[in-house]
Each structure stands twice: as structure tokens, then as C-alpha cells.
Design a protein around this ligand. Structure first.
Ligand SMILES: [Zn+2]
Ligand SMILES: [Zn+2]
Length: 186
């Protein structure tokens, strides 16, 4: 979806607030043991986000209307401010948090939700950087940019992960990589 500069950047204001809310609400009444387990739930949420990012990009953004059409616009105009608006993504993460509280104790649910939100925020910033920031040659961001540029090549059907290439390797959608990438553990 085409957006103004402000709404394109709204993720970076709204998601830190949601993260702070998930953190403080979930830890407020946590026992000592729940507090100790909390970081593990955050990590589980983060790891889950990387899989969700891959699946949503590959199966929803590339196949399901109307997301397919909106995402195709981003592929055609990679330098324009096109993305998922915060008014759509933020309520979905709040809904995920509420759903998790039905299945898990409040601290665990809040930790997992904070991990999911942190993962999404990192993805959002990284995808923005992949298109709009310069990267030092040979650095990590340069590799992210190269991988994502391969995804944007016309007719490409791979490299769906932005935050990590892990799931592309698991599902066999990592495209041929150069020696540079391989050596760097892409
Ligand atoms: Zn895509
Ligand atoms: Zn892109």
C-alpha cells in the first residue's frame, strides 16, 4: 500500500510502545520463576516471527488476493514507500497477544508476544534498509540487500526471508549463492 513518509515510518514509534506494554504488563505480577523464564519466551517469539515472516511473504503476499496485488506494487516500485500500514499490523499483533494469553500464563504470553513484535519491528526496519539505505561493501547489510535484490528480480521465486535466509534453506527456496555469501554463512 502506498503511504506517506509518516505512516511508512509509524512502525518505529508504535511497535516500541507495544513492546513496552507487553513487557511491563506481563512481568508486573510474574513470579520469580516466571521472570526467569521470560527471556526464553521472548526468544521463542522472535524465532517464531522469522518463520511467520517467511510463510506470510511466500504464501500470503505472493499468492492471496488482494495482498498479492499490493505486494506486486512493491516489487514493481521497490524504492517507493509501499508497505504494510501500522494500523493493520499493530492490531494483528495485539490480537496475537490476546490469543496467546488464552493458551499461556500471562508472563509467558506477554514474552512471546514481545518477541513476535520485536521480530516484526526488526523485519520492518531491515526491509526499509534493504531498499533505502546504503550499505558498506562486504558488510552484513550488504548481504541482506543482495539477497533481497535477488528476490526482487523479475521471475524470481525464492529468497523470501528478509531477516534471515534460514527458512529459505530449510524449504529449498534459497537461490544459488555466490562464494562471498556462502563464506559469510548466508
Ligand atoms: Zn516479495
Ligand atoms: Zn522488498
Amino acid at each position: 500500500m502506498r503511504m506517506s513518509r509518516w505512516s511508512y515510518r509509524a512502525d518505529r514509534a508504535v511497535f516500541p510502545m507495544l513492546l513496552a506494554a507487553a513487557g511491563s504488563v506481563s512481568l508486573w505480577h510474574a513470579s520469580m520463576r516466571q521472570s526467569e523464564e521470560w527471556p526464553a519466551w521472548v526468544l521463542a517469539g522472535l524465532a517464531t516471527w522469522t518463520l511467520l515472516e517467511y510463510l506470510l511473504h511466500r504464501w500470503v503476499l505472493h499468492r492471496v488476493p488482494p495482498f498479492k496485488r499490493l505486494h506486486a506494487e512493491h516489487h514493481e516500485h521497490p524504492f517507493e514507500l509501499i508497505g504494510t500500514p501500522t494500523w493493520l499490523s499493530a492490531p494483528l499483533f495485539v490480537l496475537a497477544w490476546l490469543t496467546l494469553t488464552q493458551a499461556l500464563a500471562r508472563p509467558a504470553a506477554g514474552g512471546a508476544a514481545a518477541g513476535l513484535m520485536a521480530g516484526y519491528l526488526a523485519y520492518s526496519l531491515l526491509h526499509d534498509a534493504a531498499h533505502h539505505r546504503r550499505a558498506a561493501p562486504g558488510g552484513w547489510l550488504a548481504r541482506v540487500k543482495r539477497r533481497h535484490a535477488r528476490h526482487h528480480q523479475p521471475g524470481a521465486n525464492g529468497d523470501f526471508g528478509v531477516s534471515t535466509a534460514f527458512w529459505d534453506r530449510v524449504f529449498g527456496t534459497a537461490t544459488t549463492v555466490g562464494r562471498d555469501d556462502r563464506r559469510a554463512g548466508r
